[in-house]
Design a protein around this ligand. Structure first.
Ligand SMILES: Nc1ncnc2c1ncn2[C@@H]1O[C@H](COP(=O)(O)OP(=O)(O)OP(=O)(O)O)[C@@H](O)[C@H]1O
Length: 341
């Protein structure tokens, strides 16, 4: 299967009337590149190259892709920071770049690599400033802050200057800051980057709870696929500014032509196993690894091995999503290289 065939269902999300709507959205940057010792050439970078999708209210969607794929540029257009070069974009019926201030009341944004908090101020002072900036009614502010402090365990950190917080503590502080004005949509750009396992689990648990109890729509960009596996039923894959896949996480396995592994323990060391429907991968003493397509049943392969070989034990290993996506990106690169002169 070719890469584009593998991603045939890209862009299938409902559009018109969706809470977040993108129709053929483009963002082209004009950059000057060195073309000799002094000469500079103007070139175009198509960061987002005609993307269409819709996200319904209350959905939690993963938005993934390799470095430079166009994820942050999409999120910046969805917040109104960047104006699209073409296409149509709406969030809660609002055109983000035209009505950025109105939209700000409806959205929350967390950029994992940067903080929106005031570096030298204690956490609670940043929150007070946001209270005023967003003109949040006092009772709503108090209730939202109390809830975030409890669920994100911020109680002991409120008097600490932001620069003294650990990365995980700062991230929890940033997530709370994005939610004080009760946004309908939360954009998260790498919310677990650099966090330890415990902090990651805490952030994920909080997001799950937020989505389940408040119905907050979440668009999540991450390089950590466990975030996606644990939080999102739907995932969109973007590469070179184009949407390559839009569907269930499980469907990625099929799209990436992933394989499961059959680990076979034999009574003794033997030549590579040969059975229909599976291919030999490697051997280590009496243990051998066979690969077969994830979409196929393991039963015929297991039966064929058991009938022809002295079997002691066997197990089936599922492919991890990371390997599947790495394979997809790899195929894309190979395809591009094969097509280049
Ligand atoms: N302001 C800009 N001026 C020129 N080119 C830009 C600008 N912002 C982004 N780009 C280019 O657009 C492309 C997409 O960048 P973007 O930051 O959206 O990717 P990304 O998917 O978020 O990557 P990463 O995972 O590395 O953050 C890249 O080629 C990048 O160099």
């Amino acid at each position: 299967m070719t890469f584009s065939g593998a991603f045939g269902e890209a862009g299938s999300g409902a559009l018109s009337g969706s809470f977040i709507e993108l129709e053929n959205v483009e963002k082209v940057f004009s950059v000057r590149r060195k073309a000799g010792l002094v000469r500079r050439e103007k070139t175009e970078v198509r960061a987002v190259d005609g993307i269409s999708f819709g996200v319904e209210r209350g959905e939690m969607v993963g938005y993934i892709g390799p470095n430079g794929a166009g994820k942050s540029t999409t999120i910046k257009m969805l917040t109104g920071i960047l104006t699209p070069s073409g296409g149509r974009l709406r969030v809660a019926g609002i055109d983000p770049s035209r009505e950025r201030t109105r939209l700000a009341q409806r959205i929350g944004v967390v950029f994992g690599q940067r903080t929106t908090l005031w570096w030298d101020l204690p956490l609670k002072d940043s929150y007070r400033l946001m209270h005023r900036m967003y003109r949040i009614p006092d009772d709503r502010f108090a209730a939202n802050l109390a809830r975030c402090v409890e669920l994100l365990e911020l109680g002991e950190l409120l008097d600490v200057p932001v620069r003294q917080l650990s990365l995980g503590q700062r991230m929890r502080g940033d997530i709370a800051a994005a939610l004080l004005h009760d946004p309908d949509v939360l954009y998260l750009d790498e919310p677990t980057i650099g966090l330890d396992v415990v902090s990651k689990a805490r952030v994920r648990e909080f997001l799950r709870e937020l989505n389940a109890t408040r119905g907050t729509t979440v668009l999540l960009t991450t390089h950590d696929l466990t975030d996606i596996e644990q939080l999102c039923k739907r995932v969109m894959v973007i590469d070179h500014g184009r949407l390559m896949y839009d569907g269930a996480l499980g469907g990625l396995h099929e799209a990436g032509e992933s394989e499961r592994l059959l680990v076979v323990d034999l009574e003794r060391e033997l030549p590579p196993i040969e059975v229909a429907g599976a291919r030999f991968v490697r051997a280590e003493g009496p243990r051998q690894w066979l690969a077969f397509p994830s979409s196929a049943s393991a039963a015929p392969v297991v039966a064929a091995v058991a009938a022809a070989y002295p079997l002691v034990d066997l197990s089936v290993r599922e492919p991890d999503i990371e390997a599947v996506i790495a394979k997809m990106y790899g195929e894309r690169e190979l395809g591009a290289r094969a097509g280049s002169p």
